[in-house]
Design a protein around this ligand. Structure first.
Ligand code: SF4
Length: 441
C-alpha cells in the first residue's frame, strides 16, 4: 500500500492555538495523513504561530526559519498568519500562509502542497470527492476571487481579490478526477487568464518536478492527463496566444469561453472591463489562423447605462466580424452595491428588450452558418445521455460546453453509453445543434 504522506507540526502560543493545532491534526489524520516527530521524517512542516506580543512574533518567525532550514517545505498558520507580508518578507520560501481559525484554508494548503493519498479501504468518500456533475465531466476551480473591478459586478466585494491555487494541488485534483473516470475537465475561475498573478507564478512540485502557477503551464500539464480540457472565463490578453497553440496541438479543446460583455470601446471603458484596450478582432483573427477549428463562446450585456444605438450597432457588426460561435445575452440589471448603478443614461426596458431580440437574431444566424460548415465532417463527441427507445444519444462536440452550448444528436446509437467518446459523422445542422450518425470505420 502507498505510504501515508507525513506532516511535522510545530505548535506555538496559547491554549487556543493548541486547540487549533489539535483540530487541524484531527482533520488531516482523518484524511489519511500521518505525523512525524522530527523534521527529517516530514514531507511538509506546519508551523502554528503566535502573534500576540512582539516577542511571540519573533519566536514564531524563528520557528519558521528553523523549519525551513531543517526541512525546507513549510506552511504557516495561526495568529501571525494575519501578517502575511511580514512572514513572506522574512521567509520568502514558505509555501503558504493562512490565518487563525482557518481550518479549511490550512487543510487545503496542505492538500495543494502534499496531496492526500487515496485509500479505498478506509476513505468514506471517493477519491474524486462528492460531485454534483455526471461521472464523465467535472469542474476544476483554479482560483477564487478577482482583481478586476468591472463596474456592474460585485464579485470582488464578495469573494475578494484573486487567490490562485498552487499548480500542484490543481493537477493532483485533476489527476484524481481522471483516475475516477472523468473524461472532460472544465477549468473555471473568475478570470482564468489571470491565474497565478497573485502568487507571482510560484512553482510547486508535481510528480517530482516544479510546475509554475501560469495559465500556459497549467493548461499544458492538464492537457497531458488524457482528458478533454475546456477553458472557461478567459480574457483576450496577448499571453493567451500561446494557449491557442496547445489547442492546435490537440492538448486542450479548441474552445474558449470569453465573457466579452460588449464591443463598443466607450461601453467597455465605462464597464471597466479587463483587456478593453486590446485589439480584440485582430487577436481573434490571429487565433483562428493558429487554430482554425477554434469555437468562441461569449456573453453580452445589452442596455448598459449610456449604451447608444451606435454602440449597439457597433456590437452587432463586431459579433459578425468576430464570428462568435455561441453568444449568450443579458439585459442590463442593476446589482445592489455595483458602481454602475450610479451611471447616467439608463436605457428604457423596451429598448433593452428590442436590443436583446436583435442581438439574439444575429447570434443565431452566425451560429447557424458556423454549424452548417461542419456538416459532412467526422468529429469526436462525448455522450451525455442515451435514449434507447429512440436509439439516440445526446452528445456534445469539442465546441460545446455542457449546459450552456448546443448538442450533437446521434441517431442509430446502438451500443453507445453515457460518458463514451465516439467518432460521428455530422449529417445536418440547425441554429444550435448538430445531427450525426456513428462514423463508419
Ligand atoms: S465581471 Fe469583472 S470584476 Fe466581476 S468577476 Fe468578472 S472580471 Fe471580475
Amino acid at each position: 500500500m502507498t505510504q501515508a504522506p507525513k506532516i511535522g507540526l510545530v505548535s506555538l502560543g496559547c491554549p487556543k492555538a493548541l486547540v487549533d493545532s489539535e483540530r487541524i491534526m484531527t482533520t488531516l489524520r482523518a484524511q489519511g495523513y500521518a505525523f512525524s516527530r522530527d523534521y527529517e521524517g516530514a514531507d511538509v512542516v506546519l508551523v502554528n504561530t503566535c502573534g500576540f506580543l512582539d516577542s511571540a512574533k519573533q519566536e514564531s518567525l524563528e520557528a519558521i526559519g528553523e523549519a525551513l532550514n531543517e526541512n525546507g517545505r513549510v506552511i504557516v498558520t495561526g495568529c501571525l498568519g494575519v501578517e502575511e507580508d511580514l512572514i513572506r518578507e522574512t521567509h520568502p520560501s514558505v509555501l503558504a500562509v493562512t490565518g487563525p481559525h482557518q481550518y479549511e484554508s490550512v487543510v487545503s494548503a496542505v492538500h495543494d502542497h502534499l496531496p492526500p493519498v487515496p485509500n479505498k479501504f478506509v476513505d468514506l468518500v471517493p477519491e474524486s470527492g462528492l460531485r454534483l456533475t455526471p461521472r464523465h465531466y467535472a469542474y476544476l476551480k483554479i482560483s477564487e476571487g478577482c482583481n478586476n473591478r468591472c463596474s456592474f459586478c460585485i464579485i470582488p466585494q464578495i469573494r475578494g481579490d484573486l487567490v490562485s491555487r498552487p499548480a500542484a494541488g490543481i493537477l493532483s485534483e485533476a489527476e484524481g478526477l481522471v483516475r475516477s473516470g472523468v473524461k472532460e475537465l472544465l477549468v473555471i475561475s473568475q478570470d482564468t487568464s489571470a491565474y497565478g498573478v497573485d502568487i507571482k507564478y510560484a512553482e510547486s512540485r508535481y510528480r517530482g518536478r516544479p510546475v509554475k502557477a501560469k495559465f500556459y503551464d497549467l493548461a499544458r500539464e492538464l492537457g497531458d492527463l488524457g482528458a478533454w480540457v475546456r477553458l472557461h472565463y478567459v480574457y483576450p490578453y496577448p499571453h493567451v496566444d500561446a494557449v491557442i497553440e496547445l489547442m492546435a496541438e490537440g492538448l486542450v479543446l479548441p474552445y474558449l469561453d470569453i465573457p466579452f460583455q460588449h464591443a463598443s470601446p466607450s461601453v467597455l471603458k465605462s464597464m471597466r472591463r479587463p483587456a478593453n484596450q486590446e485589439k480584440t478582432l485582430d487577436r481573434i483573427r490571429k487565433w483562428r489562423e493558429i487554430c482554425p477549428d477554434l469555437a468562441i463562446r461569449s456573453n453580452f450585456i445589452v442596455g448598459y447605462p449610456g449604451e447608444t444605438e451606435a454602440d449597439f450597432a457597433f456590437l452587432l457588426d463586431w459579433l459578425e466580424e468576430a464570428g462568435i460561435d455561441r453568444a449568450g445575452c443579458f439585459r442590463y440589471e442593476p446589482v445592489t452595491g455595483a458602481p454602475a448603478n450610479a451611471l447616467e443614461g439608463a436605457v428604457p426596458d423596451e429598448v433593452k428588450d428590442e436590443r436583446f431580440a436583435r442581438l439574439m437574431e444575429v447570434a443565431q444566424d452566425i451560429s447557424f452558418e458556423r454549424l452548417r460548415a461542419r456538416v459532412g465532417r467526422t468529429i469526436e463527441v462525448i455522450v451525455d445521455d442515451v435514449r434507447p427507445d429512440e436509439n439516440r444519444a445526446i452528445a456534445r462536440s469539442k465546441w460545446d460546453a455542457p449546459e450552456v452550448d448546443g448538442q450533437v444528436i446521434v441517431d442509430n446509437a446502438t451500443g453507445i453509453k453515457i460518458g463514451d467518446i465516439v467518432p460521428v459523422t455530422v449529417t445536418d445542422s440547425d441554429e444550435y445543434d448538430l445531427f450525426a450518425e456513428p462514423a463508419r470505420h
